[in-house]
Design a protein around this ligand. Sequence first.
Ligand SMILES: Nc1ncnc2c1ncn2[C@@H]1O[C@H](COP(=O)(O)OP(=O)(O)OP(=O)(O)O)[C@@H](O)[C@H]1O
Ligand code: SF4
Ligand SMILES: [Mg+2]
Length: 348
Amino acid sequence: MSTTTPLLDVSGLTKHFPIKGGFPIRRTVGAVQAVDGLDFQVGEGESLGLVGESGCGKSTTGRLVTRLLEPTAGRISYRGQDITHASRTQLAPVRSEIQMIFQDPYASLNPRQTVGKIISGPMEINGINPTGGREARVRELLEIVGLNPEHYNRFPHEFSGGQRQRIGVARALALEPKLIVADEPVSALDVSIQAQVVNLLQKVQRELGIAFLFIAHDLAIVRHFSQRVAVMYLGKIVEIADRDELYGNPRHPYTRALLSAVPEATVDDVPRERIRLVGDVPSPINPPTGCRFRTRCWKATEKCATEAPPLVQAEGNKPGHLTACHYPETHEATVPAGRLAKDPGAAA
Ligand SMILES: Nc1ncnc2c1ncn2[C@@H]1O[C@H](COP(=O)(O)OP(=O)(O)OP(=O)(O)O)[C@@H](O)[C@H]1O
Ligand code: SF4
Ligand SMILES: [Mg+2]
């Protein structure tokens, strides 16, 4: 990453959803610690992948960054400007520069609006009148995302899932954003068309220089898309690094386990056997003390139960490669046999 001000700079970002209980007076009885003290940056035109199991706080992070949710604590700075608690009016100029693409291309498009209306909507709301008019701009955008500009007057139901997601991309592009938060943009699509939509996003990133926070479940999808990758577990970033560094030299046991499930990643460096993660992700209402991963980690010690490991450049890590573990993994480290499942794709 460059040393200039990053496009997006997030520090200590926290979201706790209060849990209300009690009768007759409802009071806060606890909190879902959905996101707990995230630090990360996204450079201009860069793509940061955010990966982790269901419920680890990825969408909450995306919604905090786009300010659809109010943070409980921490700081979000966009182009050097603190937008953590900016009001609607203060946010207006920034809002158009930060756009979101959602997971479900069915639910995120208004079924009663034509494609033209959907894509020009953000321009209307923000009073943007492109030269040549909004309709011409919409047709141009349809072309950019690989749709027929003649389909301007069609409705969402007339398109396939992949095409609908392209409409979502066109809508996000309408305001010429600098940052797009893409929340699992392809996971609701057929596997056969996922790659096409990822390719489109890649084209958008490269040709238009738009930065991405690309949220995904697994490491396979972000591998081709993101120059840097952050791995989340139960509301925290447990590892963050340049792509090649993360895939080639995973230091956190959780990253290693996730990687072992990616077939194409099980080359020289990573063991061929799949590491089985035993048990479920604990509840974010009552996360484990110390290291949150310890209830599923094969290396957990007493220290892991009492001290939360900080996210730091572990010994042997390249600069920018940060790991939150008291006992970072090495290439030579073995995993107990009981935690290994034979990879069906591996040679016997
Ligand atoms: N509005 C809310 N009120 C209370 N809890 C919430 C709210 N939104 C999310 N949560 C909880 O916060 C945690 C993180 O949720 P989030 O949706 O961010 O996870 P995720 O990583 O996006 O998961 P998935 O991969 O399933 O999309 C979960 O335990 C979820 O139940
Ligand atoms: S800190 Fe301990 S429990 Fe957490 S990942 Fe590292 S070894 Fe496992
Ligand atoms: Mg989500």
